[in-house]
Design a protein around this ligand. Sequence first.
Ligand SMILES: Cc1ncc(COP(=O)(O)O)c(C=O)c1O
Length: 390
Amino acid sequence: MNTQIAVPEHARAAEARHLVQVYAQLGIEPVSAAGVHIQCRDRQILDLYGGHAVAGLGYAHPAILRALVEQAELLTFQTNAVALEIRARAAAKLAEFAPAGLDQVFFVNTGAEANENALRIALKHTKRERILAIEHGFHGRSAAAGAVTWGAAQKWYAFPRTPFDVAFIGRNDSTAAQEMIDGDTAAVIVELVQGVAGAYALEREFAETLASRCAETGALLIVDEVQSGMGRCGHPFAADAYQIKPDLLTVAKSLGAGFPCGAVLMTSEIAAHLDTGDLGTTFGGGPLACALIETVIDEIIANDLMENVRVVSAALLDALPVGPVESAQGMGFLMGLRCSAPAKVVRDALLERGILVGTSADPAVIRLLPPLVLEQTHIEELIDALADMG
Ligand SMILES: Cc1ncc(COP(=O)(O)O)c(C=O)c1O
């Protein structure tokens, strides 16, 4: 199983001439994609990674293509300085899809931007200066989002200081949460299922402690659903599965099925304290993004894709352990598979067999973030490939 995938020369070499070389890259060169398959020059690959959880509806989805073309023909762009019917529709749809009480929306472009805004809203709303985050959480690479990302300071943060006081609560340490969340805490930011960490689902009791302690102290609970949201966990959001009521919720990645967009959802009470000029973005809430957001939610509901996630992910769990995979963690299609071999070795061996999975910050865990339209037969392909590795 000690395979090394040869990296094709063509695009890789061409990219290297003018693109800053900051990404570890896989040895494939996609040319096109449809459904859950990526077509490379020489072979087809089953995509169980979805471009870091972005391809929620897979590729070349007819409804997405139709919405994109129809909106592009109508109106490609106008700013937030003018009201748009499509923006109002997308916000209403997202608010309805979101956990109860989060019925106000601020559209942005990326996950980091969503978290950056959620954090500043919390600081402004509470007039406090301290943010708490959870060990092993990932929230993005901007100044504020990076400040609450575990380990960023040692790796890539590069800003001389964080924009606010930050402390990290140990995973599932309810006693520490009780002590650390106090009257000086502006907000706690948490991924209920930690994606980059390897699809690690926090314990329910810990999540409930975060929520109840925030309510007691007046701190705001920000739930980052950039990776876990939009049906991926078999529910609209992981907060629904945990039955947690966030004050603010952030979403991006598969929100636009591949079109860059994000959103901050919040309660009416928080939104009522925001004035003209407090927040802003040029591209956020543009008509193309909004047309896709509306279509993504319609498709998830019309095709019962959350039920599909629950059924198909359960089929994989039933087959474990298999090959190098000893156990699973996470929720729905945000799944980590714990392996007896290094995750990179398992990932490369699967890629050699035509299946793309991701790695994670945990060196023993491969990550599955497949499109919500994945079928049982695709999971059988994965199981056969894992069994084949012995
Ligand atoms: C949970 C979570 N939050 C935030 C981000 C940052 O999103 P973006 O890369 O769109 O800025 C990511 C990206 O992986 C993420 O997984």
